[in-house]
Design a protein. Structure first.
Ligand code: NAD
Ligand code: MG
Length: 381
């Protein structure tokens, strides 16, 4: 029996993680569940999975949580510090599935207690990758990638032949606007942006997929997770999302991982690691696939991908600022305060105005991130 703590259990990744756990009741028990505001779903999950500790980030929801779980012996808490304390609880596996930089502090706490850290929450890696990796090293935690592309690479990455890897190829669906022109994209609504053709995901990552910022973040994520320089990371649009990514070796062999567009597969892969378990999710049926298509990124309409390569060249500050400004701008777009193409403008503006800094500690990162967010907010008001 392995204990799994889930940070962000009510989200898309959190729910799929519980689906995998439910399919293997003899192998896993849930230690901790945390969420920010969806208290009703959190209560349902707690009743079903009987964790030791349940934490709601939003203190206003604490009374509802308490009454919903009255009579159980589950320990309850509320607030951001309580989410961090929950992340510090000992577990065999922590699923880091909070969205955005809000997940950074809990992630660091989870790393300090060790074990396997299944990492879906890509933003902390983008903004503070070196710090996260150094902490994992120091505390003996094993970081394993849940993001489907990085999980695919993880599965076909021959560690002993790392020197013979010519490049890794991240596939991208191209998102819901892949075939749209600029005039259409200018008028895109939040509903259209979150309507992803292949994947069902949280709102923020869905908007990121529409702008291709998701792939931009993933280039930086891959750089840290696989210790690959930017010039060995390629992006290829593959609209069917069935090849989840590939590694090309010097002998010309390309190893790809395929599967249905269902996050249960990468989650099952990581929860089961180093063994293979049965997924409760969808399977790929080759008889239903007529073709696999590939095309280049349209960099003119989707400049985010090149922005990530530039940011990687410029260093951590640029990566952090790009992510922070994007988080603020995406949230403003979802609140209908700015148009879709303004997301890019906000990021460029904040990037241009950034000042030099040295980001050697968690506190450095958090304060620099706050400055970038404040700048982005000031552009939106
Ligand atoms: P989501 O919005 O569906 O869920 C986010 C979870 O985080 C929720 O449980 C929410 O309560 C919690 N949360 C949000 N803000 C919080 C805060 N301030 N403090 C504490 N908890 C907070 O998001 P998602 O789609 O599940 O994505 C989660 C992460 O995984 C993101 O970083 C995303 O990029 C990454 N990811 C998601 C997918 C996917 O298919 N959904 C795929 C790959 C990577
Ligand atoms: Mg991905």
């Amino acid at each position: 029996m392995r204990t799994v703590n889930i940070l962000g259990s009510t989200g898309s990744i959190g729910q799929s993680t519980l689906k995998v756990i439910e399919a293997h009741p003899d192998q896993f028990q849930v230690g901790v569940l945390t969420a920010f505001s969806n208290v009703d779903r959190l209560i349902e999950q707690a009743i079903k999975f009987q964790p030791n500790l349940v934490v709601i980030g939003d203190p206003d929801k604490y009374e509802t949580l308490k009454s919903g779980l009255a009579g159980t012996d589950i320990t309850l808490a509320a607030g951001c510090d309580a989410v961090c304390d929950a992340a510090a609880q000992k577990s065999d596996i922590t699923m880091a599935a909070i969205v955005g930089m809000a997940g950074l502090k809990p992630l660091m706490k989870a790393i300090e207690q060790g074990g396997v850290i299944a990492i879906a929450n890509k933003e902390p890696l983008v903004s503070a990758g070196a710090l996260v990796l150094a902490a994992a090293d120091k505390h003996g935690a094993t970081l394993l990638p849940v993001d489907s592309e990085h999980n695919a690479i993880f599965q076909v990455f021959e560690k002993d032949n790392a020197k013979s890897i010519d490049r890794i190829i991240l596939t991208a669906s191209g998102g819901p606007f892949r075939e749209w022109n600029r005039r259409q994209i200018e008028k895109a609504t939040p509903e259209q942006a979150v309507n992803h053709p292949n994947w069902s995901m949280g709102a923020k990552i869905s908007v990121d997929s529409a702008s291709m910022m998701n792939k931009a973040l993933e280039v930086i994520e891959a750089h840290y997770l696989f210790d690959m320089p930017a010039d060995k990371i390629d992006v290829l649009v593959h609209p069917q999302s069935l090849i989840h990514s590939m590694v090309e070796y010097s002998d010309g062999s390309i190893l790809a991982q395929m599967g249905a567009s269902d996050m249960c597969t990468p989650i099952t892969n990581i929860l089961g690691w180093p063994e293979r378990m049965r997924t409760p999710g969808d399977r790929l049926n080759f008889k239903q696939i007529n073709r696999l298509d590939f095309e280049d990124v349209n960099h003119e309409l989707f400049p985010a991908v090149n922005m990530a390569y530039d940011a990687l060249k410029e260093g951590q500050e640029a990566c952090l600022v790009m992510n922070a400004a994007n988080e603020v701008a995406v949230s403003a777009f979802l609140d209908r305060k700015i148009a879709f193409l303004d997301i890019h403008k906000v990021i460029i503006d904040v990037l241009e105005k950034r000042e030099a800094a040295s980001l050697n500690s968690l506190n450095d990162v958090i304060s620099y991130d706050k400055v970038a967010r404040d700048r982005a907010e000031s552009l939106i008001l």
